[in-house]
Design a protein around this ligand. Structure first.
Ligand SMILES: *[C@@H]1O[C@H](CO)[C@@H](O)[C@H](O)[C@H]1NC(C)=O
Ligand SMILES: *[C@@H]1O[C@H](CO)[C@@H](O)[C@H](O)[C@H]1NC(C)=O
Ligand SMILES: *[C@@H]1O[C@H](CO)[C@@H](O)[C@H](O)[C@H]1NC(C)=O
Ligand SMILES: *[C@@H]1O[C@H](CO)[C@@H](O)[C@H](O)[C@H]1NC(C)=O
Length: 167
């Protein structure tokens, strides 16, 4: 592997290495959390189990799917969440199709409820959003990132090995 073939190889190696490094830096893609999992956004539901299964990071999205004829989604403050007060809500997510998205922009708790009395039947949600910090130990919630990192590291090793052989 010498001459122009070698140069081509070296260019490819540089390109791959750059791509791998960029992937590692950008690491985590925003996740769209489907509220309630397969149970969706419904009354008479306890969202504690579903909440316990995931971590919400800044930049993630909530996806509310529900019966548009019956329900809606409003963002409220903590007091209103606790007392099921729909008056003076912060933001009306409802767009009319029963498919609403909401971007979790800040590291803070967010509160949602369905108006029309359904909140009293548990149709409410409190989501604590945290800033994403790549942690030293992999956790289930961030395994996607570590998978990329793992593959990235493996590729980087191969790239360095190939480089060493070529140069
Ligand atoms: C949901 O269930 C958990 C325990 O599994 C309980 O602590 C919590 O109070 C319940 N939430 C509601 C709104 O009933
Ligand atoms: C939470 O995760 C566990 C284990 O992966 C799973 O068995 C359970 O069904 C999940 N619960 C919800 C509400 O998604
Ligand atoms: C929460 O919102 C309600 C309704 O707008 C308002 O009356 C109340 O003062 C707010 N509470 C806080 C702590 O902001
Ligand atoms: C929220 O917005 C939708 C669509 O604009 C509207 O139909 C609905 O009445 C609003 N809900 C409240 C409580 O203001």
């Amino acid at each position: 592997m010498r001459g122009s073939g070698g140069a081509l190889w070296r260019n490819m190696v540089v390109m791959v290495a750059t791509a791998v490094m960029l992937t590692c830096v950008m690491c985590r893609k925003p996740v769209r959390h489907q509220v309630g999992g397969k149970d969706l956004w419904i009354p008479n539901h306890n969202y504690t189990d579903w909440l316990g299964n995931q971590t919400f990071y800044v930049g993630d999205w909530l996806y509310f799917m529900y019966d548009k004829e019956m329900y809606n989604v409003l963002e409220v403050n903590e007091t209103s969440y606790k007392s099921c007060n729909e008056k003076g809500f912060i933001f009306n997510l409802t767009r009319g199709a029963g498919r609403d998205v909401f971007e979790l922009k800040k590291p803070k708790p967010y509160y949602f409820l369905a108006s029309g009395g359904y909140c009293y039947n548990g149709m409410k949600l409190a989501v604590n959003v945290v800033k994403y910090v790549p942690a030293p130990e992999p956790s289930p919630a961030t395994s996607g990132c570590y998978m990329i990192n793992g593959i990235g590291m493996l590729m980087l090793t191969i790239v360095i090995a190939v480089w060493a052989i070529l140069v």
